[in-house]
Design a binder for this molecule. Structure first.
Ligand SMILES: [Zn+2]
Length: 71
C-alpha cells in the first residue's frame, strides 16, 4: 500500500514549485510582449529555459526514485 516517503514528497514539492515558477514567468513573458518590452521578454525567456531544465531534471529524478525505491 501507499507508504509515505520523505524523498518522494520532497521531489513532488520541488516539481510543484518549479511548475509554479514557470507559470508566473510565462505570464511575465506575455505581459512583456504585450507591453513591447523586448528586453524583459528576453530576460523572461532566459529564466524559462533554466526553470524548464530544472523541472525536467526533477521529474527524471522523481521517476528514478520511484523505480529504485518502489515507493
Ligand atoms: Zn521513496
Amino acid at each position: 500500500m501507499t507508504q509515505s516517503c520523505a524523498t518522494k514528497d520532497l521531489l513532488i514539492e520541488q516539481i510543484k514549485t518549479a511548475v509554479s515558477v514557470l507559470l508566473v514567468t510565462h505570464q511575465q513573458e506575455l505581459e512583456a510582449v504585450l507591453g513591447g518590452d523586448f528586453a524583459a521578454v528576453k530576460s523572461a525567456q532566459g529564466r524559462l529555459t533554466i526553470c524548464t531544465r530544472t523541472k525536467i531534471l526533477l521529474i527524471e529524478r522523481y521517476r528514478q526514485h520511484l523505480s529504485e525505491h518502489g515507493c
